[in-house]
Write a protein that binds this ligand. Structure first.
Ligand SMILES: [Zn+2]
Length: 394
């Protein structure tokens, strides 16, 4: 397929200059609404931003406050082929931090910044691949089935856009999330479930110099609980982390409260439950030993998914990768993405590489070749599906 390479590069350079950190997606949403309309697509914005700020805890609502104004951007392109599975392509509009003042440069086929900001290839590379694929289909008059494009908000802070996408909005059989690091030959078919936990350990305050024996130091109890816990990689499918410990106010007060926040991720539900139970019991035992109280909360952050080569969505992705001139590789991913939420809503979804490396850092870079391949990949999947008339959905 003959892509106009300069147009793809120019699109990416245009997109990285639109500064939209999480919860400030308005400028990107407006850009997409306008661009998709110009392409002649049927496009609207949902109210995911507003709904995301209801029914959540106070801290999250505060964080989401600014999201109220922006929802997911959803577009439809009617197909001219019957009996072809309807496909959805998605990317997220937010970046992990601001890239204000970005100065992108291309050197030896690699796009990076001057080292002062992130590049935002995560996920502008995904948005570029989708927009340029649409342009290609239109300009080359390529026949295809029904297509849907979803651009989500607040992925980086908790996958909120995909979480609050109404199931009714999904009009497709398979979803392709253009948002994985690494080259476009990589298809993410497995990802873990994540459960976060908060342990609150209560002690008793006392003056540290006058009557420390009347107090109970919550930090000591916490240390006792944590010291026996294995953290990090538990096994091939399971990881655990304690990321935040907060407690105490002054050096001269025996600390009366300590809060520990952590997470467990596993691609195996049984192992996930077992690991959570171990952590909980370590805190319970320590609190029992010191004669004090514990609050322990668990919250499911996202559900895992586990697909393989027998799944039609994986087969379509593999053939798309081949059409882009690459050899497909199936891989698991340790983190969550919008892909988890789409699978949880019942639409089989895979996450595809768009080429960003060192994402979330000022060292972030993107090979021009990967950007072009990611665009070819989107087109390749659409063309593969177009030839599969009468395929049964799995
Ligand atoms: Zn991303």
């Amino acid at each position: 397929m003959q892509l106009n390479q300069q147009q793809v590069i120019d699109r990416f350079l245009e997109l990285v200059k639109i500064d939209t950190p999480s919860h400030e997606e308005r400028p990107m949403a407006d850009y997409l609404l306008r661009t998709l309309q110009e392409f002649g697509l049927d496009v609207h914005e949902d109210n995911a931003g507003e709904r995301a700020s209801h029914g959540l805890d106070k801290a999250t609502v505060e964080m989401l406050g600014r999201t109220r104004k922006t929802g997911n951007v959803i577009a439809h392109l009617k197909g001219d082929l019957e009996g072809v599975p309807a496909l959805m392509f998605t990317a997220h509009m937010d970046t992990v931090v601001s890239a204000k003042g970005i100065s992108p440069q291309i050197q030896n086929g690699v796009i990076k910044t001057d080292g002062k900001t992130i590049l935002g290839a995560d996920d502008r590379a995904g948005i570029t691949a989708i927009l340029e694929a649409i342009r290609f289909l239109k300009e080359q008059d390529i026949r295809h089935g029904d297509l849907q494009f979803v651009f989500t908000i607040a992925e980086e802070t908790g996958l909120y856009g995909s979480l609050f996408l109404e199931p009714d909005e999904i009009k497709s059989q398979y979803a392709f999330v253009m948002d994985s690091g690494g080259p476009p030959d990589t298809i993410i078919t497995m990802a873990p479930t994540e459960v976060d936990f908060i342990a609150r350990i209560y002690g008793k305050a006392a003056h540290s110099g006058v009557n420390p024996e009347d107090g109970l130091n919550a930090i000591s109890v916490t240390a006792d609980a944590i010291s026996g816990l294995k953290l990090g990689r538990i096994d091939e499918e399971t990881t655990t982390n304690i990321g935040i410990i907060q407690g105490g106010e002054r050096t001269n007060i025996v600390c009366d409260r300590c809060e520990v926040r952590g997470e467990v991720r596993s691609r195996n539900g049984q192992k996930l439950s077992e690991q959570l139970a171990k952590i909980r019991s370590a805190f319970e035992l320590a609190c029992e030993k010191w004669g004090t109280r514990l609050d322990f909360e668990e919250q499911k952050i996202y559900l895992g998914f586990n697909l393989n080569e027998d799944d039609e969505v994986v087969r379509l992705a593999m053939e798309g990768v081949r059409r882009a001139g690459l050899e497909p590789k199936l891989a698991p991913r340790g983190g969550g993405s919008d892909t988890n939420n789409f699978n949880a809503k019942g639409i089989p979804a895979v996450n595809l590489g768009v080429g960003a490396t060192n994402d979330h850092t000022v060292e972030e870079s993107l090979k021009v070749q990967d950007l072009l391949d990611a665009t070819r990949l989107v087109i390749g999947i659409i063309q593969t599906a177009a030839e599969r008339t009468g395929v049964k959905s799995s």
